[in-house]
Design a protein around this ligand. Structure first.
Ligand code: 2NL
Length: 359
């Protein structure tokens, strides 16, 4: 090999050996084979070689180019292998490390109460019924024996929706349901008795202060069958209240009251201590739900003969029972989305709802 070519080979080999990483290697490659590289320069000068030496010189340059290409490629393979070895040695994964805690969501206390109520009544054979938030005047009031002059119909209580439709404003008004009762009306219309349903969900009243929210939640239950008595109502609600508050001997009192849709009607109280707020003992009474035997006119409104079918019904406020159960004194934080309050009162989504959650 001609001297200058031998020198280029020797120096390139040395530079490749000295290149410690792929960056340095690439610099060597460009300096030799690149557009302005040394070998490229020699090839460009071939034209200036005297014609009698050109053949031999050209063949030598091409052999050298192949040799250099092989050496450069071999060095790249070696450098890549050692960089991979270094990464494999460095990037170790310790599968025995405990995982970092991931942020965990919580169940809103209202939802949790709804789940608990559904679990208890579900175990008694009730099914959950749902209905629309926007109701006809008839489903919300008329069917429930709430006459036109009844205070529950007064404008300050009910959200009325603007009339739409072919009658040009003369159709009966639609309302945001003021209670969950229309859901039970729909259940009676949808299927013949026997019937055991629970309706839980959002309800609306035009009322807003420390103890009233324009949107709140109710739970109502309805049983319709032959020969249903006040005894069934009392047994069912005593069992429910003792399971929900987790107090087996919880005192329960039934007190005569009035609702347009039940006859007779009863307010249901539980025993508590007015001074400490403790539930289950203390000699004081706390109103917790309303109930009664379904008014014969309500049964008839739903196409049921009251001489053949009887029923009982009850209703409670979900916020109210949640506040009592967890010692929450203010209604407003339920709907303020304050993450600190929700972290405090939220429920673990992975803990299944038990039939006896307790206070
Ligand atoms: C309360 C009282 C009550 C009902 C709701 C009802 C439903 C139908 C027929 C008859 Cl379809 N009654 N529901 C009965 C008595 C009381 O709720 O204080 N709610 C918060």
């Amino acid at each position: 090999m001609q001297n200058d070519l031998l020198a280029l080979k020797t120096e390139t080999d040395a530079a490749l050996a000295a290149a410690a990483d792929l960056r340095a290697w690439d610099a060597v490659r460009v300096a030799v084979l690149g557009r302005n590289g040394r070998l490229t320069g020699l090839l460009k000068e071939l034209g200036k070689t005297p014609p009698e030496q050109r053949r031999e010189r050209g063949a030598a340059l091409n052999r050298l180019k192949d040799d250099l290409a092989v050496a450069i490629e071999a060095r790249r393979t070696a450098l890549e292998a050692s960089e991979l070895d270094a990464r494999l040695a460095e990037e170790k994964l310790d599968v025995t490390l405990p995982p970092r805690p991931a942020p965990q969501g919580l169940i809103h206390p209202i939802s949790r109460t709804e789940e608990e109520i559904a679990a208890i009544f579900g175990a008694m054979g009730f099914s959950i019924a749902e209905g629309p938030d926007i109701e006809s005047d008839w489903h919300n009031f008329g069917a429930l024996n709430i006459p036109a002059h009844h205070p529950a119909r007064a404008d300050h209580d009910t959200f009325y929706l603007p009339p739409i439709g072919p009658l040009g404003g003369n159709e009966p008004p639609r309302v945001l349901r003021t209670h969950t009762s229309p859901v039970q009306i729909r259940s009676m219309l949808a299927a013949p008795p026997p019937l055991r349903v629970i309706a839980i969900g959002r309800t609306y009243r035009a009322d807003h202060d420390a103890t009233h929210s324009p949107m709140f939640h109710q739970c109502e239950g309805l049983v319709v069958d032959r020969d249903i008595t006040l005894g069934h109502l009392k047994g069912c609600l005593i069992d429910f209240l003792r399971a929900f508050f987790g107090i087996s001997g919880l005192p329960v009192r039934f007190r005569a009251s009035y609702f347009p849709f039940t006859e007779p009607s009863m307010e249901v109280d539980i025993g508590w201590n007015r001074r400490t707020g403790e539930l289950g003992a203390g000699g004081d009474w706390l109103e917790i739900l309303g109930s009664g035997m379904v008014h014969p006119r309500v049964l008839a409104n739903c196409g049921l003969d009251p001489r053949e079918w009887q029923g009982f019904a009850f209703g409670m406020g979900v916020e109210r029972v949640t506040m009592l159960k967890h010692g929450i004194s203010d209604l407003r934080p339920f709907f303020e989305s304050d993450i600190r309050w929700l972290r405090h009162y939220g429920a673990n989504p992975l803990a299944p709802v038990m039939l006896h959650e307790g206070v």
